[in-house]
Design a protein around this ligand. Structure first.
Ligand code: NAD
Ligand code: UDP
Length: 324
């Protein structure tokens, strides 16, 4: 069994990844500064004897005993990463240098959580890894998109110059348990709104598309990529089932069993109009593809948010249920 460092291990994907690694017998160190997560959420991980928490910032040099590093630390929700754009770019770029320097020193294998935002407003669909993207370098999303693009460049430069063993996953929209209710991304917003009986917020006319991957599938893909050497390129990981935002709102209503009103709000600047991964490379090289249907994934996520909202008092249990 290995010693694994997960930066951003208290975040949405990180907490799911840490749980999966612990379940298979690894020793896990989580490095996180809780800038977009809460310590409460990983209390169950902290009770585990093979789990260690280091409260710290990836923008600083890292010294941890580990043979694998998953570099996930970075705000990922548009309102969160745009709140302090300089911090976001620093986290991507300095964080990449710090994990790569650690890997160069120790010989650890290091995986970068890159993103479909690398493709920007795509001119082709589905997006294949060879597509170089269409990114605005100075708009509100640039801190994230360009930070992640620079991190990819650093990963392949360290591979070329210092023979560091790297992996780069281009992650497409992922959802599931362990998201923060106030995260700001679409699935968490809509589920929390539907559970509370609030109006559902749709930005623009809702005709833009995304392709949503359940977190268990994504974690399986990340772990498969880490353990499979020999891919000298980035790899798309996501669910190729494309859906409009209006349809995802309908799916959320179906799962929660409500039909709240819809409030249309302005489309954010540079919001991509479509996004869908070509996962041919992951299928061939990793023998990986998503297995969880949207309905199944939304049900599990709705249940998680229902519990979180009940615990925080943001949702009141129906009388019959409260009496049980
Ligand atoms: P998240 O915001 O839930 O988690 C990020 C974690 O990183 C948080 O716990 C946060 O506190 C921590 N963090 C942020 N800045 C840090 C810093 N400077 N030092 C230490 N810790 C820091 O986001 P997520 O959805 O779990 O995303 C994880 C990674 O996957 C990110 O790198 C993101 O860019 C990438 N990604 C996610 C998605 C998705 O749909 N969830 C899609 C593409 C890429
Ligand atoms: N979105 C929406 N309502 C919300 C939050 C997001 O309609 O409450 C839209 C957003 O404009 C985008 C899509 O849903 O078109 C996905 O947004 P998210 O922030 O989840 O991810 P990203 O834009 O990074 O893919």
């Amino acid at each position: 069994m290995g010693r694994v460092l997960v930066t951003g291990g208290a975040g949405f994907i990180g907490a799911n990844l840490c749980a999966s690694l612990l379940a298979e017998g690894h020793e896990v160190t989580c490095l996180d500064n809780f800038s977009t997560s809460t310590r409460d959420k990983i209390a169950h991980l902290e009770r585990h004897s093979r789990f260690q928490l280091l409260i710290g910032d990836v923008r600083n040099p890292i010294r941890v005993d580990a043979d694998r590093i998953y570099n996930l630390a970075c705000p990922a929700s548009p309102p969160k990463y745009q709140a302090d754009p300089v911090y976001t770019t620093e986290t991507s770029v300095l964080g990449a240098i710090n994990v790569l320097e650690m890997a160069r020193r120790t010989g650890a294998t290091v995986l970068q959580a890159s993103t479909s935002e690398i493709y920007g407003e795509p001119a082709i669909s589905p997006q294949i890894e060879d597509y170089r993207g269409n990114v605005n370098s100075w708009g509100p999303r640039a801190c994230y998109d360009e930070g992640k693009r620079c991190a990819e460049a650093l990963f392949f430069d360290y591979r070329q110059k210092y023979r560091v063993d790297v992996r780069v996953a281009r992650i497409f929209n992922t959802y599931g348990p362990m998201m923060e209710p106030d995260d700001g991304r679409v699935v968490s917003n809509l589920l929390v709104q539907a559970l509370r009986g609030d109006a559902l917020t749709i930005y623009g006319d809702g005709s833009q598309t995304r392709s949503f991957c359940f977190v268990d599938d994504l974690v399986a893909g990340l772990r498969r990529l880490m353990e499979r050497p020999g891919l000298p390129t980035p790899v798309n990981l996501g669910n190729p089932a494309e859906i409009t935002i209006l349809r995802i709102a309908q799916a959320v209503c179906g799962v929660v069993g409500t039909s709240p009103e819809i409030r249309f709000e302005p489309l954010p600047v540079d919001d991509p109009t479509r996004r869908r991964p070509d996962i041919g490379l992951a299928r061939r090289h990793l023998e990986w593809e998503p297995k969880v249907s949207l309905e199944e994934g939304l049900r599990a996520t709705a249940e998680y948010f229902r519990m979180r909202l009940l615990q925080s008092g943001a949702l009141v249990a129906p009388l019959a249920e409260a009496a049980e």
